[in-house]
Design a protein around this ligand. Structure first.
Ligand SMILES: Nc1ncnc2c1ncn2[C@@H]1O[C@H](COP(=O)(O)OP(=O)(O)OP(=O)(O)O)[C@@H](O)[C@H]1O
Ligand SMILES: [Mg+2]
Length: 395
């Protein structure tokens, strides 16, 4: 019988395994026995859930660990066993691997027989015949629920630590604004005392302006502290970019900045929290416009672009504003750092952006040269994007 094993292995003395810690009672085992053991025991003893699925997405073979975790599986569809679904998943990686023969790795959220959620990392390997036909896929899943919980707790702890630091920043910011209120009150009161309506109106104006600043400051802080649950749905990734362009077009025109969009219209739908991505892009565009406002150049440009590269959706906001020096670059994402005037910047924009992007499994990066401008980039690998809402709901 052909073993399929390398001949060195086939003739390897069993005692070399004994030296490597193989139990003494197994000393007399032949290579054939070992092979048999691997086939019958290792399959069931590895702490990895292994399943073999056919082209109808039915599970035709699975090991003991798989059955223990996901319950009865024989001839049942993978989406029912893994996720308790009645229908195929909205995005089916297995079908893609049957199509293109490419192995895939993906994080998934499933449902255990007791209804509890499970996060697992699944490696999908096509089994390809010499004629190129792929009758089966092997799926190997590792339980990463604990890791996911820790990751979530870490993000939450970081957010709360950041909230603590913001409270200090907030108190400081409000103190400055209170000074503004004092000034306004003084002016309004002296206007009343002197019967000087012009002074009264001027004082009242200062009061209004500073009260408005305090309320927007507090609102922004509360939004950050509370956090929000992402609403993930299949959307056109360009849609939030178009809305942000619309939102900022007048501001840019008034500031004398040329704001342009360069959107790749071929990007396919993706599971995104559109509102979250919108607020990330709004943060980046508003930072870019601010950077142009303080630049020395007579003309400034800001470009918002999108593209997809090797399964990664990329948003980019490029400006030729004041750029950043070494010190600013070191601090942009930390410590609620803002170089803007009190009341104008709270230093929460990039932090919130990073949080939302991380919730999408992506990252934010930037390049900048002092005096030349900056480019901020959001990269969202498709295979790390969260499951769309509709899919999670009907599980
Ligand atoms: N495009 C850019 N060009 C130059 N500096 C930038 C740019 N984007 C961000 N920065 C710097 O990073 C700092 C932090 O930005 P961030 O968006 O976090 O806060 P902010 O804009 O100051 O305040 P907020 O967004 O909360 O109103 C900014 O104050 C600025 O110094
Ligand atoms: Mg900002």
């Amino acid at each position: 019988m052909s073993t399929g094993w390398p001949c060195e292995m086939a003739s390897a003395p069993a005692d070399s395994l004994h030296r490597a810690g193989w139990p003494a009672e197994h000393e007399a085992m032949t290579t054939q026995d070992i092979r048999e053991w691997v086939r019958t025991e290792l399959w069931d003893q590895v702490p990895v859930r292994i399943a073999v699925i056919d082209r109808n997405l039915r599970i035709v073979e699975a090991n003991r660990a798989f059955g223990r975790t996901f319950g009865p599986w024989r001839n049942r569809p993978c989406y029912t066993v893994y996720k308790g679904r009645a229908e195929k998943c909205v995005r089916c990686e297995a079908s893609e691997s049957f199509e293109d023969g490419v192995a895939r790795v993906r994080e998934e959220e499933g449902k255990l027989p007791n209804g509890e959620p499970i996060h697992y990392l699944v490696r999908i390997h096509p089994i390809e015949r010499p004629d190129g036909h792929i009758p089966f896929l092997v799926e190997m899943s590792t339980d990463i629920t604990m890791l996911k919980t820790l990751e979530h707790e870490k993000l939450e702890a970081e957010r709360l630590a950041a909230v603590g630091q913001t409270v200090a920043g907030l108190a400081h910011g409000i103190k400055n604004l209170l000074m503004g209120l004092d000034g306004g009150m003084y002016m309004a009161r002296s206007g009343i005392e002197q019967g000087n309506p012009e002074r009264m109106i001027q004082g009242w104006g200062i009061l209004e302006e500073n009260v408005a600043r305090i309320s927007s400051f507090v609102r922004e802080f509360l939004e950050f502290a509370r956090g929000r649950t992402p609403r993930v749905q299949l959307v056109d990734p360009n849609e939030p970019a178009r809305k942000v362009m619309e939102l900022f077009k007048d501001t840019a025109r008034l500031a004398g900045v040329e704001l342009t969009a360069d959107l790749d219209e071929t990007i396919a739908l993706a599971p995104l929290d559109e509102e979250g991505i919108h607020s990330c892009l709004a943060n980046l565009v508003s930072n870019a416009l601010d950077a142009c406002d303080t630049s020395d150049k007579s003309e400034n440009h800001v470009t918002l672009s999108t593209r997809e590269q090797g399964g990664v959706i990329v948003y980019e906001v490029r400006d030729d504003g004041q750029g950043m020096d070494y010190d600013v670059k070191k601090k942009v994402f930390s410590n609620f750092f803002s170089t803007k005037a009190s009341g104008k910047g709270t230093g929460l924009g990039l932090l919130t952006t990073r949080k939302i992007v991380q919730e999408h499994g992506g990252k934010v990066s930037f390049d900048s040269r002092e005096g030349e401008g900056a480019v901020f980039r959001i990269e969202l690998p498709r295979n790390r994007l969260p499951q769309p809402r509709a899919e999670a709901d009907d599980e």
